[in-house]
Design a protein around this ligand. Structure first.
Ligand code: HPA
Length: 267
């Protein structure tokens, strides 16, 4: 398999050698945000070892260029654990991000809300997460580097900067705890009642493995959910992937504004 340094060279040859400062991974129904990047789009299929993403509503291209004056690498799609059963599917892309010079990573996803005060159409900043899947992308790592501390895994400084950006825009950005369920089936109402008891605020099928991998690689990381539905049993609406994709643009508009404002003051 091609290593991260070789892929980074390939990307620099196409996108220019200026170091990337921030990586961004886009979730379901949010892939179009990548088109705002002023730079080049490289299909994942041109990058050996990059995930084969088969989920509709994602954009399997790496966009490298400028966004609000910051050099970024935007991953228009992620591979989820449920696609092939590999919790470390995003390891190579994150190693490449690091090799391109980035120190920070912002993750986005679509999620179901377990909080009646955070209904669909809202965005939620992750204060922390619960790895309810019990899986871990670092299983099999051989060195002591695998014992990654997860206190403050969601970087307090990045979270503060995102919150301040939201305040400047007048957009509500509540903080909450995200629970990772493997998917691809949605949760049962009983599972959602349990996750609420355990302290969860939103539930989704991604992000947590990437937070763990990012901390392993020494990247600062923060994550934002766009709420596409109330979690199972909490409303009469039918939960489906179609519904997720249809609802994502509501939160995506807020997410894009917050992201742009965050980048304008990115240090
Ligand atoms: N559960 C899991 N993943 C999701 C949901 C949900 O309710 N909504 C969007 N992604």
């Amino acid at each position: 398999m091609t290593d991260a340094a070789t892929l980074a060279t390939l990307i620099r040859n196409r996108a220019g050698s200026e170091p990337v400062r921030l990586g961004l991974i886009l979730g379901s129904g949010l892939g179009h945000l990548a088109h705002a990047v002023d730079g080049v789009a490289i299909p994942y299929t041109d990058l050996p070892g990059f995930p084969h993403v088969g989920v509709s509503g994602h954009n399997p291209n790496l966009h490298v260029g400028m966004l609000e004056g910051v050099r970024v690498a935007v991953f228009g799609a992620r591979e989820h654990y449920y696609e092939s059963g590999n919790p470390r599917a995003m390891l190579l892309p994150l190693q490449v991000l690091k090799a391109l010079g980035a120190e920070s990573l912002l993750l986005t996803n679509a999620a179901g809300s377990m909080r009646p005060d955070i209904p669909p159409g809202n965005v939620m900043l992750l204060s922390d997460h619960i790895n309810y899947s019990g899986l871990n992308p670092l299983i099999g790592e051989k060195t002591d580097a695998r014992f990654v501390p997860m206190t403050d895994a969601h970087d307090p400084q990045m979270r503060r900067a995102l919150e301040e950006a939201a305040v400047r825009l007048g957009i509500d950005l509540p903080e909450g705890v995200y629970c990772w369920y493997s998917g691809p089936s949605f949760e049962t109402p009983a599972e959602i009642r349990m996750l609420k008891l355990l302290g969860g605020d939103a539930v989704g099928m991604s992000t947590v493995p990437e937070v763990i991998l990012a901390r392993f690689l020494g990247l600062r990381v923060a994550a934002i959910s766009t709420i596409t539905n109330m979690a199972a049993g909490m409303s009469d609406e039918q939960i489906s992937h179609e519904h997720t994709k249809a609802m994502a643009p509501l939160g995506a508009a807020k997410l894009e504004q917050i992201l742009r404002e965050f980048l304008r003051s990115f240090r």
